[in-house]
Design a binder for this molecule. Structure first.
Ligand code: SAM
Length: 221
């Protein structure tokens, strides 16, 4: 069954089979400097970021994802919101042909087991591996080839991934990196119930509350 959600003032169609925008998506949208820039939304889901960028003054927007259903929804949602976006299927950068001012990437970055346990990722949505970081690391290693000289990669991570390896890789591949935002997100009831199955490094406990962490990195050379 199809329903509609509101993402920062934009109406988006979705169904149970697709990934729905999150707090991470909202922060990527609000903290990315995209106005008058060409931008690639890598791992676009149903299109929240790409449509937000296109509606709010990006010069050119491309959006890609590996999952056909997400591309169908991004196309439908771009039409509904009357924005022009280039939409294509790509396994990370495999079909990316251009260089961009900005790449904004909220690709699957959660340990596969957590992604399944929380229900954040519907069954068919492609997930990261058990480290949670394999896709993000590939993006960090390849992004430079698809960025203009002073281009910027904004990339989201969660504590349900090997953030230490990701941070090491960011420093190896980019001269400058900063954390645009870091948020401690309270556990959902479902996560709390399954806390014993989680790696202790992936969360913190303050008083009786559990939190996982989300970070948005800005990387440039
Ligand atoms: C966490 S969701 C975020 C979706 C969207 N950016 C949002 O904010 O709602 C991760 C996205 O990465 C996509 N993805 C997973 N593996 C991918 C790959 N190898 N290449 C491209 N996209 C991929 C998924 O299909 C999903 O749309």
């Amino acid at each position: 069954m199809n329903s509609t959600l509101n993402f920062l003032g934009i109406q988006l169609d979705y169904s149970e089979e697709v990934f729905r925008p999150t707090l991470i998506s909202e922060n990527c949208a609000k903290l990315t400097d995209f106005r008058d820039k060409s931008i690639l939304d890598l791992g676009c889901g149903i299109g929240p970021l790409a449509i937000y960028f296109a509606k709010n003054g990006a010069r050119k927007v491309s959006a890609c994802d590996i999952f056909e259903k997400h591309l169908e929804y991004t196309e439908k949602n771009a039409r509904l919101n009357e924005v022009k976006i280039e939409i294509f299927k790509s396994d990370l950068f495999s079909n990316v042909k251009e260089k961009y001012d900005v790449i904004c990437c909220d690709v699957s970055g959660v340990d596969k087991n957590v992604a399944e346990m929380t229900g954040w990722f519907p069954e068919e949505v492609p997930k990261a591996d058990e480290t949670g970081s394999n896709l993000i690391i590939k993006v960090v290693e390849e992004a430079k080839k698809y960025l203009k000289k002073s281009g910027i990669l904004n990339i989201a991570t969660t504590s349900f991934s090997d953030v230490v390896s990701i941070e090491r890789d960011i420093s190896k591949n980019f001269l400058i990196s900063e954390v645009l935002i870091k948020i401690d997100v309270p556990f959902s009831r479902r996560l709390k119930k399954n806390v014993k199955l989680l790696d202790e490094k992936s969360y913190k406990k303050i008083d009786d509350e559990y939190f996982w962490e989300f970070k948005l990195f800005k990387c440039s050379n």
